[in-house]
Ligand binder design. Structure first.
Ligand code: GLU
Length: 445
């Protein structure tokens, strides 16, 4: 790392002790930015990096609620409003027991660059809670969401901060959150949340967008080597919204997705995952992946272990951060891997990224490859602002244009900085320069 940047990075780490994932995300971005600061000394003079690493505002709050047995439960809520140089803070809410300030800050930091890459007018933010929705009834989830919004509502707004979903937050939760926001504020402010239901201000393609976008991005990478998804053997991790839609899109392009996972194990289906059954089990029944085995004879379920033990030509990590380590990366590379498209945020450890890059694998980092979700959220905001709703075909066309645009911008930036094919460099520099220019233009704030 460039010595000037290393000194700033060390200060950031010291100021934010114990936030391992945030340290990882900052270090990974700083490693790309040396050459930018040679060309743009004004970024150093303007303390852009120091400002960028310090969120504009961080909110931590108590979320009290009563469970079905009448017992009082207390969770912790977060919203980190990281950077609004390009637009209102924008980013999802994650409800998962692993959520803490460091996790929210890593996600919010990544979101700044991701959102910049989309070319849409959105800043970066993230939030969530350590609430675990698993095993909770609809009524409990509703009461939790209502309590969460009873504090959050005062911090958000169409022109201020626009939350959406992430792990543990889908259409059901956004519905409860929106209802409570409307009730408290007495405003039908569609643009305050994205991921809404289609009959009350949501956008078609938003549920599919992250998974579809990841596959579109990976397809563009494959194209640079004269390849396509047709005939690829794909392994996907996860079985949530991003994974399911990545599987559907990859198979529609002629790939065979042979495995996917949840936190307990993974399934293998050499004939290709049955997406309709997967949707039924995960989305309708809210069940576990294991149930797949009893419903389809071709499927074998492996309890525990790693889905990355299964050979693939294309790997799509769509579960969570740091789920693919250096050893898994090395095994995949040995067994014929061509490309990695990250549907999750920071799913590959730094060691895994190093293995992919040294082996010349096409590697699309999450902040570029999974930007289709938030980009389609920005399309939802556009529709809300004009009180319009677009067709599936039109919205999908816009998503495709945006993803191809992100791919091309990352590739062109990597070329410009003398490292063709390095999408990490392209994404980090491409996102950063846009935000840095806007920050300097807006003065010392
Ligand atoms: N949580 C998603 C992400 O990681 C989507 C955020 C949004 O739609 O605002 O980008």
């Amino acid at each position: 790392m460039d010595a000037r940047l290393e000194a700033i990075r060390d200060t950031v780490l010291a100021r934010n002790p114990g936030e391992g994932e945030f340290h990882q995300a900052v270090t990974e971005v700083f490693e790309s930015l040396g050459p930018v600061h040679d060309r743009h000394p004004e970024f150093l003079e303007g303390a852009v990096l120091e400002r960028l690493c310090e969120p504009e505002r961080q909110i931590i709050f108590r979320v009290p609620w009563a469970d079905d047995a009448g017992r009082f439960q207390i969770n912790r809520g977060f919203r980190v409003e990281f950077n609004s140089a390009l637009g209102p803070f924008k980013g999802g809410l994650r409800f998962h027991p692993s959520v803490n300030l460091g996790i929210v800050k890593f996600l919010g930091f990544e979101q700044i660059f991701k959102n910049a890459l989309t070319g849409m007018p959105i800043g970066g933010g993230k939030g969530g809670s350590d609430f675990d929705p698993r095993g909770r009834s609809d009524a409990e989830v509703m009461r939790f969401c209502q309590s969460f919004m009873t504090e959050l509502y005062r911090h958000i707004g169409e022109y201020t901060d626009v939350p959406a979903g992430d792990i543990g937050v889908g259409g059901r939760e956004i519905g409860y959150l929106f209802g409570q926001y409307k009730r408290i504020t007495n405003r039908y402010e569609s643009g305050v949340l994205t991921g809404k239901g289609i009959s009350w201000g949501g956008s078609l393609v938003r549920p599919e967008a992250t998974g579809y976008g990841t596959v579109i991005f990976a397809a563009e990478m494959l194209k640079t080597r004269g390849q396509s998804f047709d005939g690829q053997r794909v392994v996907v991790s996860g079985s949530g919204n991003v994974a399911i839609n990545a599987i559907a899109k990859a198979q529609s392009l002629g790939a065979t997705v042979v495995a996917c996972s949840d936190s307990s194990g993974y399934i293998v289906d050499e004939a290709g995952i049955d997406v309709a059954l997967l949707r039924q089990i995960k989305e309708v029944e809210r069940g576990r992946l294991k149930e797949h085995e009893t419903r389809r004879s071709a499927v074998s379920y492996v309890e525990g272990g790693s889905v990355w033990d299964i050979d693939a030509t294309v790997a799509l990590p769509c579960a969570t951060q740091n789920e693919l380590d250096g050893d898994a990366a090395a095994r995949l590379v040995r067994n014929g891997l061509l490309a990695v498209g990250e549907g999750a945020n920071m799913p590959s450890t730094r060691a895994a990224v190093a293995v992919f890059q040294e082996a010349g694998i096409l590697y699309g980092p999450g902040k570029a490859a999974n930007a289709g979700g938030v980009a389609t959220s920005a399309l939802e905001m556009q529709q809300n602002a004009s009180r319009d709703s677009w067709s599936f075909a039109h919205t999908e066309e816009r998503l495709t244009e945006i993803m191809v645009g992100i791919h091309d911008r990352c590739a062109a930036t990597a070329d410009e900085y003398g490292d063709p094919g390095n999408y990490v460099l392209g994404a980090n520099i491409g996102g950063f320069v846009k935000v840095a220019d806007a920050m300097l233009a807006q003065g010392l704030i």
